[in-house]
Design a protein around this ligand. Sequence first.
Ligand code: SAM
Length: 285
Amino acid sequence: MSAVDSLPPLREVIARHGLAARKSLGQNFLLDLNITARIARAAGIGPGDLVYEVGPGPGGLTRALLAAGATVVAVERDERCLAALAEVAAAYAPGRLTVIPGDALEIDEPAVLGHRPAKVVANLPYNVGTALLIRWLSAGPWPPWWQSLTLMFQREVADRLTAAPRSDAYSRLTVLAQWRAQARHHFDLSPKAFVPPPKVTSTVVGLVPLAVPPHPCRLGALEVVTANAFGQRRKMLRQSLKGLAVPAETLLERAGIVPTARAEELDVAAFARLARALDQGPAPS
Ligand code: SAM
């Protein structure tokens, strides 16, 4: 274990504060500060960066971010971790680490970040990771408040973010992510890297928002067409897109898509055309 700072090893912190991991909170801790430093490097964190971290837990990743020179605002739901995080804050200059007790799904991020742009870095709790990602991808004005997302996911979720059409991993999440952001696979981590080890391999993924998304459409319409198309991904689109405000045949014709195509064959541009076709409303009779 490398010494990124003068604080005690994480095993000792966890023992002293009684932080036995809780499954209900998605707790799989990273204790190796070499690994947390690698995540901070993947995120490109350097002096002066403002980082928003979800779920700092005992503070392993937080310490790497601070050691890289960032100012960190972190939201943690488990009150048992707050005393350990206060020790981390005390080891750095005042204001370098702010810990907000609470649920990341309820936080008004721009407000807690003082309306400054921030890089999001997190070893996410798996039970809320996808919900948080969708929330960040659905941010109001675009480009959003976040400059980048560097997130730990189960490899299966990470594969969906970087998938290409006609692959098994290509899904609704792929389209929603790639519509507005560029996603890349940084590196995998074996279950052994965590305490306790999760059942599956994990992957650190990076997402950078596209300043001007190349396939403009309304997010709400894109959500509707992707939910229907992938809700029945093995069916032809003339079937899976039935029951929307515009008949399936009209939608497909407007979007220039053959009615026998299936969801996994369409690229992001085609889904955006379908969303725009939906927003044109029913054809005048
Ligand atoms: N960052 C630490 C690390 O890398 O070792 C802990 C990561 S652990 C996978 C996930 C953390 O998120 C836990 O500390 C857990 O208590 C916290 N957490 C779970 N649900 C949360 C929520 N809804 N809002 C904020 N934190 C949450």
